[in-house]
Design a protein around this ligand. Structure first.
Ligand code: MTE
Ligand code: MO
Length: 299
């Protein structure tokens, strides 16, 4: 399995760690000062790296609150050690897998994946992680399985946001099995060579680089192989706006805004909007998964 994955992005493409760490300030500054669309900023303008506590000051992790600053404020309360992932459903070896055991049993080394990631903002982040397919193989996927369902930990005593019914807890996500087995689909365990901070989904978080960020479910405690398409949190909350697939696709607008362009940060504070790439730039690798499908229907 060692060479299944090919990395098309190099170190020079990576959003500087300092920019990633302080993205809230970058965004606030760029928007507030009306600098959007100007030329490229020099590297020298990259701010000093903050302390690790400040790294991820701008997150979506609604279990800790809906404000972008809430996860950084509250996620330290999440106990991430020990951590157990239940793998069940249509697998040969269902069970509660200890995260440390999973890491020890992974037949491949953890690798660095420099993926473009996109939501309202796009960045290239070097994730540490391993292919989800390797984890699925560990449990042994049965022939009838067609989908993979994921569930985030639900601990009201550690997660102040789950008091509010903004989403139907626990947070759940899903992929078709072939998407899940694609070598670009990873379980991330680190960012910039360090453990993933809690607010980014410690200790184990899905990353699917050709889909919008909300598909990247955090702090996964359960993975279920199913025959039927599983429910996903954002689709349940607003089926008109969020589909099961949620592939990055400039031709399919969000009902309330165009997705034809995106802001890229890290190329420079003043980087302007760029056209959104089909499948976030991974079309060569993943378009085949959707051959013959109407992506406006299956959005
Ligand atoms: N459990 C859980 N996972 C989640 C979310 C969440 O609220 N809860 N938010 C999603 C959304 S909307 C996005 S954009 C990404 C944000 O990841 P980041 O904070 O690491 O950028 O996480 C996704 N995973
Ligand atoms: Mo999001």
């Amino acid at each position: 399995m060692a060479n299944r994955w090919k990395n098309d992005l190099g170190d020079r493409d990576v959003t500087p760690e300092a920019v990633y760490m302080t993205r809230r300030q970058w965004m606030a500054g760029a928007a507030g000062l009306g600098l959007v669309g100007a030329g490229r900023a020099a590297r020298a303008e990259v701010p000093e790296p903050n302390a690790w506590e400040d790294i991820t000051s701008y997150n979506n992790y609604y279990e800790f609150g809906t404000d972008k600053g809430d996860p950084a404020r509250h996620a330290h309360r999440l106990t991430v050690q020990p951590w157990t992932v239940r793998i069940d459903g249509l697998v040969d070896r269902p069970g509660a897998y200890d995260f440390a055991d999973i890491m020890a049993r992974m037949t491949i080394e953890e690798r660095i994946y420099r993926f473009r990631c996109v939501e309202a903002w796009s960045m290239v982040v070097p994730w540490n992680g391993f292919e989800l397919a390797d984890l699925l193989d560990m449990a042994g996927v049965q022939a009838g399985a067609k989908y993979v369902a994921f569930e985030t930990v639900l601990r009201p005593e550690e997660m102040p946001g789950v008091r509010y019914p903004v989403l139907d807890w626990p947070y759940v996500e899903g992929l078709r099995l072939d998407e899940a087995r694609h070598p670009l689909t990873i379980m991330a365990t680190g960012i910039y060579g360090r453990d993933i901070p809690n607010q980014n989904g410690a200790p184990l978080r899905l990353v699917v680089p050709w889909k919008y960020g909300f598909k990247s479910i955090k702090s996964v405690v359960r993975i279920t192989l199913t025959e039927a398409e599983p429910a996903t949190s954002w689709n349940k909350a607003n089926p008109r706006e969020y589909g099961f697939y949620s592939n990055v696709n400039p031709e399919v607008d969000h009902p309330r805004w165009s997705q034809a362009t995106e802001r890229r940060i890290g190329g420079g504070l003043f980087a302007g909007r760029e056209p959104t790439l089909m499948f976030n730039g991974y079309a060569d690798e993943v378009a085949g998964l959707y051959a013959g499908m109407d992506l406006k229907t299956y959005f």
